[in-house]
Write a protein that binds this ligand. Sequence first.
Ligand code: ME8
Length: 471
Amino acid sequence: MKKPFFVTTPIYYVNGSPHLGHAYTTLAADVIARYRRSLGEEVFFSTGTDEHGMKIQQKAEESGMEPQAFVDSIAKEFQELWGKLNISHTRFIRTTELDHKLAVQKVLQELYDRGAIYKGEYEGLYCVGCEQFKMPGDLADGKCPDHNTVPELLKEEAYLLKMTEVQAELIRRIETGEISLKTERYKTEILSFLKKETLKDISVSRKNVTWGVPLPFDPAHTAYVWVDAFLNYLTVLGWDGDLKSIPEEWPADVQFIGKDILRVHATIWQAMLMHLDIPTSKLLFTHGHILSGGKKMSKTLGNVISTDEMLEKFGVDGTRYLLLSAGNFGDDVDLTPERMIETYNAHLANGLGNLVSRVTKLSEGLRESFSPEVPTSLPEDFQVLLNEYQLADALLYTWKKITEANKYIDEHKPWILVKTDQDAFEVVIKKLLTDLSEMTLLLKPFLPETSEKIEKALKEGKTEPLFQRLV
Ligand code: ME8
């Protein structure tokens, strides 16, 4: 038996409500999961929430809630949003689940027993927003560029994970592609970071953070939130922390991450795995950020695009289409309200919607005698795009087919042929029905609801407009 295809998203912090960036990563993973299922493969698709650490402890305090009640309420928002976006995950994991916490403790004990973790002191500049220590070179004008805040100087007793010891081997695995970092630019970025200087051993515990998993060998400390979080990629599979029974799904076939969390994934997570003699990641696929009007979304700038507003305006499939078609998956992609409406109208309302309604109407008389041959497999060149996670290009591929079909109708004018040349009319309609069936297959992973509606429309010969034109 072939092992299931395993795709992961990061687990998201519950310090605030889910935002469009979270939706973007999760949607991409959903498309890949649906695509793999359509190839007949079994899929394990994991997502979830990262619920411990200083940042969340502080937010809970500010809101006057108990941390558990606070994280429960936000985790629910994530689950509800994934429902609305039609996300087909196999499991949603939360790091406050008991099984996960017990596994984290088991792993930390193992790392300690192996001598991979030792007691010492750690001094550094800590950005609570990132939940990461920063090197002076990471800062711009003394501030964290991602959070625009001055990190605090921390000096505390801590348990450290040996990084220097694994550095050369880590470089080797990345260079050989044993740990594949895509796209190429991100591989280059990490290799130049790793080759620049000797890695400092990193702190894997926090003394002043109570909202976390206590270290089994020193309960005065809690586990560093990232160490806790990384292990979700294994505990989500039901792993209990026993090194003798690593789940067969691991390593994941692809792990999607945003560029903001590449470095921690490519260094700390891999170092932990290497110390534990667990296979390292197979593929970390890094995507760019969503920008709004060319800038990072921020409340101060007033350019935040809300997922709920998008859902209201464009519907589920409209939102899925607009986010994933906006640009190359590895690059930053820029959204503007004007461009979204333009694309929605051109590609979905006028393009696909119009095509479906024309073909359904024109084929009315033929439906009884002809049912199109539904292709059994996806075209090779389309598969290549999805195998390489080129999601926007895959949508462009289908968009070309939609425009070609609409053009074909304009050129052949079947509404005239039906009166003048029945044979020619049938040839045209049969071709259109067959092409539309293929397009529906291609669109399925991206637009699951719409594809179902099209299939139904073709079968029953009637359709309501799929996408209302917006002004
Ligand atoms: O980093 N555009 O959680 P997080 C696109 N808990 N994607 C974006 C984005 C944007 N503007 N902003 C965020 C954490 N993302 C940790 C992860 S994993 C073991 C622990 C996406 O809530 C992107 O995937 O800050 C990014 O990596 C993730 O959200 C960060 O979510």
